[in-house]
Design a protein. Sequence first.
Length: 137
Amino acid sequence: MTRTTTSPGETEALAAELAERLATGDVVTVSGELGSGKTTFVRGACHGLGVDGPVTSPTFTIGHRYRGRNVDVSHLDLYRFRGLSAAEWGDLEPYFDDAIVFVEWPEAGEDALPPPRFAVRIEHRGSDSRFVSIDEC
Ligand code: ADP
Ligand code: MG
């Protein structure tokens, strides 16, 4: 499905809709250029899943793991990676244990990550407009 959103709140609400369909073990990749709204999307999904408190970009850490209402939610950002070594995958693996996982900049992990259940792509469409596509894989 595709949708154009016109505010961060709309992108968060769309993500929360998707979150209702997710279960433990599901991986969701979130692609798009810097500032397109990937972290905003993950924030909306996390809040939909009952994570309270701030959901911020893990760009300078390997990831975050949050406790939701019924499930844990992991948020990874592979921006800094060019492929994943066995050691790097070893650091990431615990985030996939018993959690729903959102991965920003998934390109580096293509060969190493578990297959995603949904692939989200976000594109700038001028000012606060974003074109969001969500594909079930
Ligand atoms: P990324 O993680 O892709 O780098 P962020 O979610 O961190 O992007 O930042 C997106 C920026 O764009 C935020 O400042 C957000 O407020 C702004 N923004 C404006 N309109 C939208 C929209 N429709 N959807 C998502 N973010 C939007
Ligand atoms: Mg981000």
